[in-house]
Write a protein that binds this ligand. Structure first.
Ligand SMILES: [Zn+2]
Ligand SMILES: [Zn+2]
Length: 271
């Protein structure tokens, strides 16, 4: 049977879900707080940092009130700096943070149906390979509100669980990433690398050649790729090694992996 969750149960079950995950954790919550993301990362890392963790949320712009400009600037900066730090390849392995609205605010990533979709991003769900929680609660600081949730188990509610995973892959995941994914997206092991401009986690790109010429865009995260494109898509001096996330001043668009990592990198290229 599915389990009905009241406000006191919801966070406890989210914690159980994170702590018991063996393969992946997905959190979809428009609003998030620094305190709560820290808690999730702590529990995930305590369990196993090999578990692939993804958080979909709105960016800092949607979290704070613009009317107090000074307060907004201060809070937004704290939030942005925090997001950059936790998303770094060097700081948290196997972790992707998706600021959904930022991706959609860029006109080159939008079509009219996606534009509508962005404004509909209101659902909250929390799941791993065994449990799926749908709740009215965001992953933000706990206050006394009347919240309600429901927990489905993959083994006891197989059909519902599988339909929910399909919904995530076909609708949510497809819209956010602009690509079609199947179940392997969640279940396969991923090799991560660093965005060469901001250092955040991205999938390591096996496809481009040693000099990065054929697929040079793929060593940037989506946000930095937009900036790079807007600035003329030229060879730019960048900061982080795509392979290991170290800072190195030899990194540029055409050479995204530092010399000392090139051999390790070559061994991963398909022969
Ligand atoms: Zn980046
Ligand atoms: Zn390196």
């Amino acid at each position: 049977m599915a389990k009905i969750l009241t406000e006191s149960d919801i966070f406890a079950e989210i914690e159980n879900m994170v702590s018991s995950a063996k393969k992946f954790i997905v959190i979809i919550s428009p609003y998030v707080s620094i305190e709560m993301i820290n808690r999730i990362l702590y529990l995930r890392n305590n369990n196993s940092s090999d578990v692939f963790l993804q958080i979909y949320c709105l960016s800092a712009y949607k979290h704070f009130n613009f009317s107090d400009k000074e307060k907004f600037d201060k809070e937004k900066k704290t939030f942005d700096d925090y997001f950059r730090e936790i998303s770094k390849f060097k700081n948290n392995r196997n972790f992707l943070l998706h600021p959904v609205d930022v991706l959609y605010d860029d006109p080159c990533l939008l079509d009219s149906s996606e534009m509508g979709y962005r404004s509909l991003f209101h659902c909250k769900c929390f799941f791993n390979e065994e449990r799926f929680i749908i709740s009215s609660m965001n992953l933000s600081s706990r206050v006394d509100r009347c919240e309600l949730g429901i927990l489905f188990y993959m083994l006891k509610n197989k059909k519902i669980y599988e339909s929910l995973i399909s919904w995530y892959l076909d609708f949510f995941c497809l819209k956010v990433h602009g690509e079609k994914y199947d179940k392997s997206y969640l279940f396969d092991r991923h090799k991560f690398g660093a965005c060469i401009r901001c250092g955040c986690n991205i999938f390591f790109n096996y496809k481009f050649n040693v000099y990065g010429i054929e697929h040079k865009s793929e060593s940037y995260c989506k946000l930095c790729y937009i900036d790079w494109g807007l600035a003329g898509a030229k060879n730019c001096k960048e900061v982080y090694c795509h392979f290991c996330g170290n800072e190195n001043n030899s990194i540029c668009t055409l050479l995204p992996v530092e010399r000392s990592c090139l051999d390790k990198y070559r061994s991963l290229l398909p022969s």
